[in-house]
Structures are given as C-alpha cells and as structure tokens.
Design a protein around this ligand. Structure first.
Ligand code: 6PG
Length: 490
C-alpha cells in the first residue's frame, strides 16, 4: 500500500486549503477530521473536480494525492515513517486532546506539527511532554489566511532541528516566496520560538491594522473623502515602496465593496454597514502580556489591543456619547488642506508602520536573549516578505538592515534612520495634532510617535517617579553622579 508523505488533521477552511496546497505540490497527504462527513465531503469534492474536464492537470494530480481516512488508527497507519502530522485545529484544549489521542499510536521520532495559533508556552509544555515518549512536537506559526494556506503561506516552525529537517522538503515547497524567490519558511529555532514569532507577527498585524483604521478615520471624518475616493487614496499609498503591502491592498478594495445583500440599483457600500466593534482571538493580547512580562516597550501593539477593547464596549460608548461634550479647535479644511492631508497621512503611515515592525523586532530580540533561542532576525523578516498578512515592501530593506553583512546592514540602517528622522516626521506630528484638534482618537499613531520620541530622548522625566517612590515608600533611587541605591527622609 502506498503511504502518504504527510498527514493533516482538521479540515476547516485553513486545514482543507493547506491539504490542497500540499497535494498540489505533488505530495500524497492523508487527511482526518473528527466529523467523518467533513472528510467524506472534502475527498468527494476533490474526486469530483478530478473528473471535471476543465480541471487543470496539476489539480487532478493534487486530488489523487488527497487521501481521506476515517479513524485515527487508519490515518496513522497510512503515513510514511517518521510520521509527520499537521494539526490545524482550534488552539487550546483541542490540541492537548488530539495529542493525547495520537501519541499512543505513534512511534519514536514521529513528528506532530501544530499549525494553529497556540500560545508558545503551551507549545513548550507539549514538547516536554512528548519528548518523554521520544516524539517530536513542532509549533509552527502559519500566516496568510485561507488564500495563503492554499497558494503559499509564510511558515514559522519552531522545535528540534532534526525534526525540522524531516519536514523541510514539504514545507519549502508549500510556502510562499520572498522577494528573491526563496521559500518563506525557515527553522525559527528550538522550543516555542515558532509560535512566539507568529504571535509577534499578529501583534504587528494588530498595530498596522489599527494605524490603517485611524488613517481611514482621519481621511473620512476630517478630510471628508468618500469611499470611492478613499479607495483611490489607499491604492495610491500602495505605490509607495515602503507602504506597498497586503493590508493596504485589501483596505483599498474594502472601501468599494457594495453590500451583496442589497439588490437595489444603487447598493450601499458594505463598509458603512459593518459594526465598529472589532473582535480578537487573543494573539494580540498575548503579545502585550509577554511584552510587559519581558519589559519590552511596545506601545502601538498595546494601543491596538486597547482600541479593539474600547470598540467592543459599544454600550458604554453609546451612553457616554450623549454626556461627553467635545470642544474642538479644528478649522474646516480647505481643498488645498485636504490634498495635503492625503500626503500627511501617507507619510505618517509610512513612518508609524516602520515603528510597528521595530516594536515586534524589539520583542523578538528580548525573548531571544531571555530564552536563549539564538534567532536570526533577518531571516524572520525575510520569511514575512511573502504569504503573510504583514508582508510589505519595507521588509526588503529591513531584512538587509538586520542581516549578517555588517557593512550593508549599517548602510541600510542609516537609510531607515534618515527616513524616520527626515521631513516626513513633520507629517507624523501634524496628523496627530490635527487629530487631537478634531477629537479623532489616534492612539496607535500617537503611540508610535511616543515610541520614537522616548527613544530619541536621553533623559526622560522618570527621575521624578523615582523620587516620589522613595518619598512615599522608601523604594530607593539611583543617582546620576555615583553608583548605588539611596534613600533619604524627604
Ligand atoms: C494570519 C492571521 C491569522 C488570523 C488572526 C486573526 O497571520 O494569517 O494572523 O492567524 O487571522 O489570528 O486574529 P484576531 O482574530 O485576533 O484578529
């Protein structure tokens, strides 16, 4: 009996598409889902499209590579050893349950690869547990949504290198490509580093999405631009080499999407009908938690998580809107001001986005030191160049700036610093000023500027905090002129 190169458990959209991707790349893949009908339907659909005359050749090959299995025993028995099993199931208890059911069926050196958005500490606990039975557990971040899973995601595997080597040929084939055509996958490092890096990716994702939402707010409510104009503006932003990104591209498309449920002659724009309460599954919040635990300053990620929280508090907002008076000092924008605003927001967005990546890298660097992971930051940025949600043109320069070639890295770093320190910075400040004057909340824009200004300032006012702590709590303070800890009776 022919055995499968790899197995995949969990046929929700992501799992189903990843299985198709693997099969499309010529690997035989066994699939299993708890609900048998889901597997039957998935495989039946695959076989059906196989016989469809218009199916491309690689599609029919792919479909014959998809093997439905209906018990875990059958699934495991059909895999080449060492077995490689991808889990694409709900993060949390489901991963523990599935691992517990699977492991007695597996042999030494078999590999479970958890591709869900699991917490890196859970991943490390599972790795330890399975290592007792000589089983490998890889925590693999996967980004790119449904489309990415099907056509090429960015993959962030973390775990034992020997286990990575076994899955590498498949993972390199199914991944997206970076700017140089290399696969957007690398061995991130041992332990939970893969899931940690994916979590930080999501933290950056939250931050950039919030910046885009604030830009939209400014342009719509201060600039008075219509949805069609907004689409044009964001399409224009996407031509800026640093801003060119998946998130800006989809944002431009969102503005012109009409309500599919409105069959009138002049349907409404869907964006105007969508509730303003943003949900979250948790990775953004985890990023802020670990940033606080590790003592890393990541204000934009914090601001983005907070902004989602306040957006969800619809009841309080609706109630307080009637009580809270707003006094603004804003003037009406002239057509020339409006034109300027488009450029100002573009400049602010460009620099602020750069700062979001910087905050993520700062967190990765600190975790690397703390947990002794020995991460390659340039490689991490490289594998975010394609497939993932935060892919952007800027990551070309950033990968170089973080690279091993010191001379090139320094030149690129200087170029980035010059951009941050140049004229565009005035726009960044101006956008925040305009927002404050017009009572438009821009927490992420402001947080990024605070990040920049705090690091640009050699002396912060926290000497006063130290004095206050010593005054009321005898917590002691350090002095600038001599070493040691001091306390006085204030
Ligand atoms: C990705 C996304 C993906 C998912 C987020 C959404 O990289 O493909 O990040 O993992 O869309 O988990 O997270 P929230 O529901 O928390 O916004």
């Amino acid at each position: 009996m022919n055995k499968s190169a790899i197995g995949l458990i969990g046929l929700a959209t992501m799992g189903a598409n990843l299985a198709r991707n693997i099969a499309n790349k010529g690997f035989r893949v066994s699939v299993f889902n708890r609900t048998t009908e889901k597997t039957e339907k998935f495989v039946k659909h695959a076989t059906k499209s196989q016989s469809e005359p218009k199916g491309e050749q690689n599609v029919s090959e792919a479909n014959s590579n998809l093997i439905g299995t209906y018990t875990l025993q059958e699934f495991v028995a059909g895999l080449e050893t060492p077995r490689k099993i991808i889990l694409l199931i709900k993060a949390g208890q489901a991963v523990d349950d599935m691992t517990a059911e699977l492991s007695p069926l597996l042999d030494k050196n078999d590999i479970i690869i958890d591709c869900g958005n699991s917490h890196f500490k859970d991943t490390e606990r599972r790795q330890k547990e399975l290592a007792k039975h000589d089983l490998n557990f890889i925590g693999c971040g996967i980004s790119g949504g449904e489309e990415g899973a099907l056509h090429g995601p960015s993959l962030m595997p973390g775990g034992k290198k020997e286990a990575w080597k076994k899955i590498r040929p498949i993972f390199e084939k199914i991944a997206a490509k970076d700017f140089a055509g290399k696969p957007c996958v690398t061995h991130i490092g041992d332990f939970g580093s893969g899931h940690f890096v994916k979590m930080v990716h999501n933290g950056i994702e939250y931050a950039i999405m919030q910046l885009l939402a604030e830009s939209y707010d400014m342009l719509k409510n201060l600039g008075g631009f219509s949805n069609s104009e907004l689409a044009k503006i964001f399409t224009g932003y996407n031509k800026n080499p640093n801003l060119k990104s998946f998130l800006i591209e989809i944002t431009a498309k969102i503005f012109v999407k009409k309500d599919p449920e409105d069959h009138s002659k002049n349907p409404h724009f869907l964006i105007d009908l969508i509730k303003d309460a943003a949900g979250q599954k948790g990775t953004g919040k985890w990023t802020t938690e670990i940033a606080h635990d590790l003592g890393v300053y990541a204000p934009t990620i914090n601001a983005a998580v907070d902004a989602r929280i306040v957006s969800g508090d619809t009841k309080t907002r609706e109630m307080s809107q009637r009580m809270l008076k707003i006094q603004t000092t804003a003037k009406r924008l002239t057509p020339a001001d409006k034109k300027k605003l488009v450029k100002q927001v573009e400049n602010a967005l460009e620099l602020a986005t750069m700062i979001c990546y910087e905050q993520g890298i700062g967190l990765i660097s600190k975790a690397d030191k703390e947990f002794h992971w020995n991460l390659n930051r340039s490689e991490i940025i490289r594998i975010w160049q394609g497939g993932c949600i935060i892919r952007s043109g800027y990551l070309k320069d950033l990968a170089i700036a973080l690279g091993a070639d010191q001379k090139t890295a320094m030149t690129m770093f200087t170029k980035i610093m010059q951009n941050l320190g140049g004229d565009k910075q005035k726009s960044w400040r101006k956008v925040i000023l305009l927002a404050v004057e017009s009572a438009i909340p821009v927490p992420a824009f402001y947080a990024t500027l605070n990040y920049y200004d705090s690091y640009a300032e050699a002396r912060l006012p926290q000497n006063l905090i130290q004095a206050q702590r010593d005054f009321f709590g005898a917590h002691g303070y350090e002095r600038t002129d001599k070493p040691g800890s001091f306390h006085i009776k204030w």
